[in-house]
Design a protein around this ligand. Sequence first.
Ligand SMILES: Cc1cc2nc3c(=O)[nH]c(=O)nc-3n(C[C@H](O)[C@H](O)[C@H](O)COP(=O)(O)OP(=O)(O)OC[C@H]3O[C@@H](n4cnc5c(N)ncnc54)[C@H](O)[C@@H]3O)c2cc1C
Length: 237
Amino acid sequence: MAILTDTLALPFFNDDHRRFAEALESWADAKLPPLPHDDVDAACRARVKAMGEAGLLKTVVPQAYGGLYPTLDVRALCLAREILAFRDGLADFAFAMQGLGTGAITLFGSESLKRRYLPPVRDGKAIAAFALSEAEAGSDVAALAMTATPDGDGHVRLDGEKTWISNGGIADHYVVFVRTGEAPGAKGLSAFVVDADTPGLNVAERIEVIAPHPLARLKFDGVRVPLLNRLGRSGDC
Ligand SMILES: Cc1cc2nc3c(=O)[nH]c(=O)nc-3n(C[C@H](O)[C@H](O)[C@H](O)COP(=O)(O)OP(=O)(O)OC[C@H]3O[C@@H](n4cnc5c(N)ncnc54)[C@H](O)[C@@H]3O)c2cc1C
């Protein structure tokens, strides 16, 4: 607690935040050190499971779906990340990705998408990922080239590649940003939720980085996704 005492005294934190931070610090000190480190995929899965079982991932989904706060509370998220990162970088990574890989679903998903994808992520039973970057599109999101084209029967077909995708290879679902082409540049983009086991979605390469975490290049080759898995209207995400 000593490290955070000054921070928690700031007026924009309330007593709920202080209790949350105190409980999380105790949990992290007791539970993180024994978790495995050797195999990065296993280490990541173990952290997601432990955080889910402890209720910590309730911070990344809204109350209507079993979360802690009515809407995502950025101050609680910052506290959680600071407390976890100070002790265990991979735990912070795993926590952040559960939020990043569901944030667009929380904000723009239909009721049925929220009910399907948020509770397993909250409980640490599913791993989330966010797939936006491509070889030629990082900061410049409007340059992304991966396409979604109508494929009949209420489906679209996704074709292209994503790279530098955290949790690539271990995720249960990916929120994938693609060009739907309603307008040029950034106005012609949409996001779809894609289950990791959908035919045509393959891990083309695992990428090694100095601070180990699961990272991959993904190939989408005629991946059929229901239009109902689209997040928001075109241009919303
Ligand atoms: C460890 C790791 C994990 C990642 N995880 C994910 C993930 O889960 N999902 C995902 O979608 N992506 C992920 N990424 C990709 C990351 O989001 C991109 O690397 C990032 O958006 C930058 O894009 P880029 O690599 O194409 O670099 P570029 O966009 O080519 O940028 C290169 C340099 O140019 C600068 N620059 C770019 N544009 C401008 C401009 N207009 N004006 C001035 N300077 C500019 C940048 O600041 C940077 O210094 C990850 C990357 C890493 C390294």
